[in-house]
Design a protein. Structure first.
Ligand SMILES: [Zn+2]
Ligand SMILES: [Zn+2]
Length: 175
């Protein structure tokens, strides 16, 4: 678990806004989780903390820019993201076994929030499922490996528009 604690000691009842821009050792974490991407600019978090009787409302925006290998063509794909989130973090988790995953700790008679873990979790949640260099990426030819965004190849297309395959059959018959 990543640790970086923010004291919530002086957060007033009406809440408080925080802003972080962090260049922490995310790349180490990425390697540890065996994830394949690069963080290009510091992750930025704007966070509002609202104290409640039983916990804290946490809402904010996480943004950043990462580089992946495109899911289809494996070329670098740059993805910018900006995601809103909002959730309630309980002071005492209902399930004691969830204690270890809590973002809060109670120390010297006040609560602290694990801001690094929060940033990391929200960052991972904000990444898109499909990571493409462009929406219409044509990918690689499954036969010869040509990047079809850059060039075409002469491999026979076994899949594709079924109407075209009927057309091909007709052409064969007329020969
Ligand atoms: Zn691509
Ligand atoms: Zn090909």
């Amino acid at each position: 678990m990543l640790e970086g604690w923010l004291s919530l000691k002086d957060v007033p009842a009406e809440g408080r806004e925080f802003s972080f821009e962090t260049n922490e050792n995310w790349q180490e974490f990425i390697a540890e989780f065996n994830l394949k991407f690069k963080i290009l600019i510091p992750l930025k978090l704007d966070l509002t903390v609202l104290p409640q009787k039983k916990g804290f409302w946490l809402k904010g925006v996480i943004q950043g820019k990462v580089e992946f290998a495109c899911d289809r063509c494996l070329e670098p794909a740059i993805i910018s993201f900006k995601e809103y989130f909002e959730f309630f973090e309980e002071k005492e988790p209902a399930e004691p076994e969830n204690m270890g995953e809590s973002l809060l700790r109670f120390i010297d008679s006040h609560y602290e929030l694990n801001i690094f873990q929060l940033i990391w979790e929200q960052f991972l949640l904000s990444l898109p499922d499909k990571k493409l260099c462009q929406e219409e990426c044509k990918g690689l030819c499954p036969k010869c490996g040509t990047n079809l965004n850059l060039a075409s190849c002469n491999c026979e297309k076994t899949t594709g528009d079924p109407r075209l395959s009927i057309f091909r059959q007709l052409k064969l018959k007329s020969k």
